[in-house]
Design a protein around this ligand. Sequence first.
Ligand code: HEM
Length: 137
Amino acid sequence: MQEPTPSEQAPVQTPFEWIGGEDRVKALTERFYDLMDLEPAYTELRAAHGSDLDQARQKLFWFLCGWLGGPNYYTDQFGHPRLRMRHMPFAIGIQERDQWVACMDQAMTETGVDDTLRTRLRESFFGTADWMRNKGI
Ligand code: HEM
């Protein structure tokens, strides 16, 4: 069998395009923080945040757009994310890590992120969240 010519191959898609663009990233971020606020399973994660989640909602949306290969809203405004350094004021252990990833996975499921993409993103989120741990347990 002949190799397909470049024009016959599927176009390379960024995760940002795969997820469905900015509106879908917005829906995901909103659901993520709504679930954090609502679900008893994420109580410790919620407690690691301040009383108001508005700033976190806005910044995670900007960050995720760029992280997924879309517009660089976050870095254009704040420069390099330096996420580990920026999370130092918050106590992040295994429980917070696991709740963050579970909350994001639930939000991805509920907002209809494709299963293959969701599995890949969950692995990447886990790596990032694990690297952010700054307390023993
Ligand atoms: C592992 C558990 C995590 C905890 C407990 C946590 C907690 C927090 C808190 C308390 C804030 C500050 C919100 C505010 O400014 O009001 C924050 C900001 C933020 N978080 Fe997390 N986070 C976690 C994981 C993550 C992960 C995995 C990502 C990215 C994949 C992420 C991305 C961000 C971003 C982009 C901001 C805004 C940073 C800024 O101030 O510019 N966080 N997080």
